[in-house]
Design a protein around this ligand. Structure first.
Ligand code: MSP
Length: 648
């Protein structure tokens, strides 16, 4: 394929799994991509920004079962959440791809077939440790136990060695070409430490990769052999091609491939830095220019997880402060590549000090003086003095450094530079002391000049902020009476001076109200969004007949003994008394109750529910509980009742 013209820019985010609603980590990747896309558009490039959702595979299949949905329904619901969030965050993507879209599925099948014919994919036997209760192959790094078996890390049961027919991708054949490619393109993976990690991994040797499953139904069928589905990563990675027209719009594809920058989190580095280029080499397509790996956001120094209940829902922060402060915080606080810690304190500090004080106050002071002293219209300027020239010159230098940082995907450094310049402008005002010369007609031209210089500085510096805080720049430009929107000016044409030399300035309102830490903590401590929450309202009630209800045998059960199911967070194994018999049930209540507190308690169970095997243990019935914020709350009785009593 020919090297395409340099006037285009293609940026991608990973496509997000639809087994859960979006959180701050997903927002982070997407905001970085958005800032890069916006900057490149300012430079006049033709940009394609692709994001989307990864909808196939076992993970999604499983969650759908838990939520009593089919996988497509689950995906349809979660996709709405992603799209809503991207809208609130002002994400300017060009296309949102879903891997369940037909054109994607067909594209992946076509690539699969091509590689099969070429011999890069072949059929073989996959041997591996398989967990029967989890229906999953264990990953290779699970260690062998002393007795020669492996234990499933999910359910704690012994796995069995099994063989399964599978298609393999000839990854081993690409070890050498990959190493040569890394050598010739040392900037392929950034930051450098990640590149080193990848190189040393590949040097150790690569095994062929099993890329189909017969145990997963929710996936793209292998063309001509539909009992196999294509492994979710082979499917998902190719979205970067199908999303820009591979196999359906050659012109679009030709315009944008190869990608300029592909954003990923450090956890999916190997997929993108090893498998992905190997797949592309096999398809004889050019490789992306940069894989940019970012770090992880922690919450109060701990990894975010559902079970800890510390997952940050960006929607709640957005409701409280809007998009730009969140975008700014995430991009300013850490360099891309490092882990960051999201604490309410750090967030409030950044907003109050950088946004409300440094930027907000500067806008407020300058524009208020322009309105008070000149009715907002700055004309008849006095001559430019040395200090004024320096302000303009320093901007030119700042601008060049900022552009260089943006070009280098170094967003936090670009922001630091801009803030350095804002502080310089604050100092300029402090030195010139315009408030001291106000009201005297002989100093009128000098006063106008000072405020004009400050307004020029604001206009120009706020332009540089646009990729990160587009709404803020637009607001400032509007207050300055600019007839154009910032995005209508090309980066190369940005000058410090506004010509003709006049502004018509409006009285400003506070751009960033200061946040009170305690109130912010209170406002943002609402429970995280759940997949099922808002959708329930739209669902129609499905009535059952009384006869259907009567089929349920609801009984009072008394707990005789209780213990945790090993290696699970949610499950308890309960021995219960049903009056005429004793039974064992597995209940997902361990996050709300300890085993000890349940012994002696009575509740309702469905006694005639077909027994089920949960995590390898038989459960002979199901207790009734309400689900509150993901936790099960059991309705107990207000008096003792003989076990086995019927409930109607
Ligand atoms: N579906 C795959 C990607 C396929 S791309 C062909 C996937 N999805 S994911 O939803 O689990 O994660 C998507 C991205 O979110 C990853 O880049 C991951 O690193 C990022 N993050 C998830 N949690 C994160 C944090 N706590 N902090 C920062 N980013 C994190 O992987």
């Amino acid at each position: 394929m020919e090297e395409r013209s340099k006037n285009t820019f293609y940026v991608t985010t990973p496509i997000y799994y639809v087994n859960d609603v979006p959180h701050i980590g997903h927002a982070y990747t997407t905001i970085i991509a958005d800032a890069l896309a916006r900057y490149q558009r300012l430079k006049g490039k033709k940009v394609f920004f692709l994001t989307g959702t990864d909808e196939h595979g076992q993970k999604i299949e499983k969650t759908a079962i838990e939520k009593e949905l089919n996988p497509q329904q689950l995906a349809d619901r979660v996709v709405v959440r992603f799209k809503e969030l991207w809208q609130k965050l002002n994400i300017s993507y060009d296309y949102f791809i879903r891997t369940t879209e037909k054109f994607h599925e067909e594209g992946v099948q076509k690539i699969f077939k091509k590689l099969l014919e070429k011999g890069d994919i072949y059929k073989g036997i996959y041997q591996g440790w398989y967990c029967i209760s989890e229906e999953n192959f264990l990953s290779e790094d699970v260690p062998l136990e002393a007795d020669g078996y492996k234990i499933c890390p999910d359910c704690g049961r012994r796995a069995t060695m099994i063989e399964e027919e599978s298609y393999f991708f000839r990854l081993s054949a690409y070890q050498k070409p990959l190493l040569e490619f890394y050598e010739a393109n040392p900037q392929f993976v950034r930051p450098q430490t990640r590149m080193n990690e990848v190189v040393s991994f590949v040097r150790q040797g690569l095994k062929d990769l099993s890329i189909t499953r017969t145990t997963v139904k929710w996936g793209i069928p292998v063309p001509g052999d539909p009992k196999h589905t294509i492994y979710v990563w082979f499917d998902a990675l190719h979205n970067y091609l199908t999303g820009i027209g591979y196999d359906w719009n050659p012109e679009l594809f030709q315009t944008f491939w190869p990608a300029d920058v592909q954003l990923i989190g450090k956890d999916i580095l190997r997929f993108h830095a090893i498998f992905w280029p190997a797949f592309l080499l096999a398809s004889e397509l050019p490789l992306p220019r940069t894989i940019l790996g970012h770090g992880w956001w922690l919450k109060d120094e701990a990894k975010m997880s559902k079970s800890k209940g510390n997952v940050l829902d960006p929607n709640i922060i957005l409701e409280s402060v809007g998009a730009d402060p969140l975008r700014y915080f995430l991009l300013r606080e850490i360099p891309i590549g490092q882990d960051g810690n999201f604490s309410h304190e750090a967030f409030v500090h950044r907003v109050n000090s950088d946004l409300a004080n440094d930027l907000g106050n500067l806008v407020q002071r300058t524009l208020t003086m322009a309105v008070n002293y000149f009715n907002g219209s700055l004309e008849k300027l006095g001559p430019e003095e040395e200090i004024d020239k320096k302000l303009a010159q320093s901007f030119e230098e700042t601008k060049n450094r900022v552009y260089a940082f943006y070009d280098d995907y170094n967003l936090n450094r670009a922001l630091e530079e801009i803030w350095g310049y804002l502080n310089y402008t604050n100092k300029y005002l402090a030195e010139c002391q315009p408030w001291k010369i106000a009201g005297k007609s002989e100093t009128h031209p000098r006063l106008a000049r000072i405020l004009y210089q400050a307004a020029c500085a604001l206009r120009a510096a706020s332009y540089l902020i646009y990729p990160v805080m587009p709404q803020t720049t637009e607001k400032i430009w509007k207050l300055l009476g600019q007839s154009k929107k910032p995005a209508e000016i090309c980066a190369a044409d940005l000058n410090f001076y506004e010509r003709p030399e006049s502004f018509s300035i409006r009285r400003p309102e506070a751009l960033f109200p200061r946040i009170n830490l305690q109130e912010f903590i209170k406002d943002t401590k609402k429970p995280e969004g759940e997949i099922n929450q808002p959708i329930r309202r739209e669902e129609k009630m499905e009535y059952i007949s009384f006869d259907e209800f009567k089929k349920m045998d609801l009984r009072v059960a008394k707990v005789l003994a209780a213990e945790r199911v090993p290696n699970t967070n949610k499950l308890l194994k309960l021995q219960i008394d049903l009056g005429s018999e004793q039974r064992q049930i597995i209940a997902g209540v361990a996050e709300s109750y300890s085993p000890e507190e349940l012994v002696g308690k009575e509740f309702i169970i469905i006694a005639n529910l077909q027994p089920a095997v949960i995590r390898g243990i038989e459960s002979q019935g199901m207790l009734l509980a309400a689900e509150v914020e993901g936790k099960a709350i059991i309705p107990f009785f207000d008096r003792e009742i003989p076990p086995g009593t019927k409930v109607k």
